[in-house]
Structures are given as structure tokens and as C-alpha cells.
Design a protein around this ligand. Structure first.
Ligand code: PLP
Length: 369
């Protein structure tokens, strides 16, 4: 027989998941109700309202998908891409590539523009690409978790309107930790996750769709090729019809509600400022022990920092020691940055000075002198 679960208590300072807030864990351990119970339907409404707040959007169709960020990513493409549509993806890291792969599976004529990992696209580069490809959808990653770079969005939405294409944005590593103004930026579709800036556990992933994207969905000639993620159906569960769709993971939604409540209590602007302040403390503390962030300061994310592994240091061995000897998780590099960087997340509940202090104290012990 198995022994009762005794999960190790780690400080999760990798690319995600991040540690859930203790109040979120407590909320998730409350007794579940049924997924059509009036108490749960009310909780769904509360989640929708709070998601609109953290995204700064008035989009009616703002929900949480039962699944991880990838499921919500899939939902944006499944509902809007029709076979043959040109989808232009900005690829400057791992998750841009995932969007390319996924859009292709829905029959899109996928085009991409690329940047080396750690860089971002300028408005001029995006304009040239839109002129060249004339896409139906431009997909960008706001916070590229594989590189730690923040894609600026100012002006991109206007550009997309000029070229009559939808703007789809991955906000998985930005929601809750990086300023986002979805409506002001004229973003038509976005998705995120629960386990990073929101400070919850993985599995209930924010999704939002604005009027232009809804129109595209409604004018489809083909059915949405994914039953579970079809917003025509899911919208009827989250909207006033309350039609049964699937058995929602009730306790995860309890956690998400609590996580969103905590952000509301703190105030969104304060929450963003906390992330910025703590990451600046991280950068300064790392520099004091001779470590350098990979991304140019102007484009660095407050939620995820790629840190260059010094010459001659075995990055994997250091990460292993941090985990085994100090119970601290950091991530390794992916793709172009494999073996070159560690990825250090300060997200949600973990964006605290104590996280930085613990990491730096441990690094001082494990790094070669
Ligand atoms: N997009 C980005 C930018 C991510 O960082 C991640 C995961 O870390 C995903 C998408 C996929 O999210 P998930 O792992 O929750 O499915």
C-alpha cells in the first residue's frame, strides 16, 4: 500500500507553477458543491468579474477554462481559426513556437516572424510583417517565459485594426504580475494560467474574447473543431443559460476565486508595483554576487528573469543542489538558451523580498567561490 502523501515543501522560483497563497490552498480544501449549484454559479460570476478586472477588459466572454494555460491557448485558436486563414505568429522563444504548431493543427496557413531569444518586436517590424502577410490573426506572446522578455504592446492593436486582423495575446506569465490593459491595447483574444501571477494552483485558465473575435467566430463556415473548447457551448455554461457543459473542477475554482479576491484586496496597481519592486531587488542582489540577467533592462519581465550561467559553471548541477539542499526550484534554459541561463520566477505570492533573500543565500552556498 502507498504511504499517505507527504509532498515536499519547495519554494517554487522557476518558470511556474509558483507557490499558491496559503489562503488559496485553504479555499481549495473546502467541501465541493455541484457544478450547477447556485452557490457555484454565483462563484463563476464572481470569477468572471474579477478576471475582467485583472485583465482590464469589459469583454463579456471572459471565463476560466478547465485546463492549464495550453488549453486556454488552444481555445483562442480553435474558436477563431478556419482552415486556410493566415495566422502570423511572433516567435521569439518557446511559446511562440507552440502557437505556430497549434495554429497549423487547426488548418491555418501559418507564417512567422522571428527574433533571437531575449529580444522583442518593434512596431515597425510588426507593420512590415502585417503588410507582407496580411493575416487574419496576429499572435504575440506578451511575456515569453523561455526568455524573460516583455513584448511592448503600445500601438499594436491600432496596427491590427488598420490591417483588419485580430490581435491574440498570450498573457500566461504576465497576468497579475505585469501591467496589462487589454481594452486600451485593443487586444481581441487573450489567455492565461492560474499558477503564476495569480498565485493559484494550475488548472483553471483565464480566457477572454472581445467583440471582433466573437464576430469572426460567429461567421465561421466550419464548426469549431474542438467540442470541449467551443465557446458557443462553453459560453452557455458561463452565461445566463447555465447549460451543463462539463463537470467543472470545483475546488480549483474555489482557489482561483480566492486568488483573485486577494489581488482585489491588494489592488491591481499595488500588485504590479510589488512585482516590479521585488524583481528589481532580485536583479540588484544577483548582480552583487556576480550574476547578470540575460535580457536588456528595458524589456525585462517583473515575473521571470533569465540569469546567465557564468563561464565554467554547471548550471544543471547548481539547480539540482538548490532543489535537493535548499528546497528551491529554479528553471533551466530552453531552445537557444539551453545550458546558458537559469530561469528565476518571482510570481504572485512568491513575489516577496524573502524569496529573493532565500535564493541569494542559497546561491552563495552552492556557487563555486
Ligand atoms: N504560454 C506561456 C508563455 C507559458 O509560459 C506557458 C507555460 O509556462 C504556457 C503558455 C502553457 O501553459 P501551461 O503550462 O499552464 O499549459
Amino acid at each position: 500500500p502507498l504511504a499517505p502523501l507527504a509532498a515536499p515543501t519547495r519554494l517554487l522560483l522557476g518558470p511556474g507553477p509558483s507557490n499558491a497563497h496559503p489562503d488559496v490552498l485553504a479555499a481549495m480544501s473546502q467541501t465541493p458543491v455541484g457544478h450547477l449549484d447556485p452557490a457555484f454559479l454565483q462563484l463563476m460570476d464572481e470569477i468572471q468579474a474579477q478576471l475582467r478586472y485583472v485583465w482590464q477588459t469589459e469583454n463579456q466572454l471572459t471565463i476560466a477554462v478547465s485546463g492549464t494555460g495550453t488549453a486556454a491557448m488552444e481555445a483562442t485558436l480553435a474558436n477563431t481559426v478556419e482552415p486556410g486563414d493566415v495566422v502570423l505568429v511572433g516567435v521569439a522563444g518557446y511559446f511562440g513556437n507552440r502557437l505556430v504548431d497549434m495554429a497549423g493543427r487547426y488548418g491555418a496557413d501559418v507564417r512567422s516572424i522571428t527574433k533571437s531569444w531575449g529580444q522583442v518586436f518593434s512596431l515597425e517590424e510588426l507593420r512590415t510583417a502585417l503588410e507582407t502577410h496580411r493575416p487574419a490573426i496576429l499572435a504575440l506572446v506578451h511575456a515569453e517565459t523561455s526568455t524573460g522578455a516583455r513584448q511592448p504592446l503600445e500601438g499594436v492593436g491600432d496596427l491590427c485594426r488598420e490591417f483588419d486582423c485580430l490581435l491574440l495575446l498570450d498573457t500566461v506569465t504576465s497576468l497579475g504580475g505585469v501591467p496589462i490593459f487589454l481594452d486600451e491595447w485593443k487586444v481581441d483574444l487573450a489567455y492565461s494560467c492560474s499558477q503564476k501571477g495569480l498565485g493559484c494552483s494550475p488548472g483553471a485558465s483565464p480566457f477572454t474574447m472581445g467583440p471582433r473575435a466573437i464576430t469572426k467566430m460567429q461567421q465561421r463556415k466550419t464548426k469549431v473543431a474542438n467540442w470541449y473548447l467551443d465557446m458557443n457551448l462553453l459560453g452557455k455554461y458561463w452565461g445566463s443559460d447555465r447549460v451543463y457543459h462539463h463537470t467543472a473542477p470545483i475546488n480549483l475554482y474555489y482557489g482561483l476565486r480566492e486568488a483573485l479576491r486577494l489581488i482585489g484586496e491588494e489592488g491591481l496597481a499595488n500588485c504590479w508595483q510589488r512585482h516590479q519592486k521585488n524583481v528589481e531587488y532580485l536583479w540588484q542582489s544577483l548582480e552583487e554576487i556576480g550574476l547578470t540577467p540575460h535580457v536588456e533592462r528595458e524589456f525585462r519581465l517583473p515575473t521571470l528573469t533569465t540569469v546567465r550561467i557564468p563561464e565554467g559553471v554547471d548550471g544543471k548541477a547548481i539547480a539540482r543542489q538548490l532543489l535537493n539542499e535548499h528546497n528551491i526550484e529554479v528553471g533551466g534554459g530552453l531552445g537557444e538558451l539551453a545550458g546558458k541561463v537559469w530561469r528565476v520566477g518571482l510570481m504572485g505570492y512568491n513575489s516577496r523580498p524573502e524569496s529573493v533573500d532565500r535564493l541569494v543565500a542559497a546561491l552563495k552556498q552552492v556557487l563555486p567561490q
